[in-house]
Write a protein that binds this ligand. Structure first.
Ligand SMILES: Cc1cc2nc3c(=O)[nH]c(=O)nc-3n(C[C@H](O)[C@H](O)[C@H](O)COP(=O)(O)O)c2cc1C
Length: 131
């Protein structure tokens, strides 16, 4: 298993960074991404799990920018984890992510990072393991 972080080049720290993230999200400004450092070409992975935070009630533009670049290369066995602070499910946002893939994702988990649902996380892990 390999864990890879994707990042944009823009500094989003502090209040200024937060506000710029909100404005860029609302204006759908595509961020510039740092190179993705995977040990193999993406198409060679059996499965990929991509975590995308929710920004301003939508998948973060850094996540959709990444999917725009590499979504077509991802395997059929691709899963999404959307994270958010609100105690709600963001299931309805998954189609926005799926549209970047060759085939719809195999499944998703919507996680409130303030109060993660341990049972849902366990069920999701089992689903991926047996998928
Ligand atoms: C610019 C920005 C906008 C955000 N908008 C939302 C939002 O609309 N709804 C929500 O539930 N969380 C929102 N969040 C919280 C992020 O989804 C959350 O920080 C992220 O999933 C990572 O979780 P953590 O900060 O607890 O590690 C926002 C965060 C940022 C930085």
């Amino acid at each position: 298993m390999e864990l890879v972080e994707y990042r944009e080049t823009k500094d989003r720290s502090g209040v200024r960074g937060y506000l710029s993230a909100c404005v860029d999200t609302i204006l759908r400004r595509t961020p510039v991404l740092q190179p993705l450092e995977t040990s193999r070409p993406l198409g060679e992975y059996d499965a990929v799990l991509l975590q995308v935070p929710i920004w301003v009630e939508a998948p973060a533009i850094v996540g959709t920018a990444l999917l725009d670049q590499v979504g077509g290369l991802l395997p059929t066995d691709t899963w999404f984890v959307v994270t958010h602070q609100a105690k709600a499910s963001y299931e309805k946002k998954i189609p926005r992510l799926d549209r970047f893939l060759k085939t719809p994702s195999r499944g998703f988990l919507s996680v409130c990072t303030e109060a993660p649902d341990q049972a849902a996380m366990k069920a999701f892990a089992e689903q991926i393991g047996h998928g």
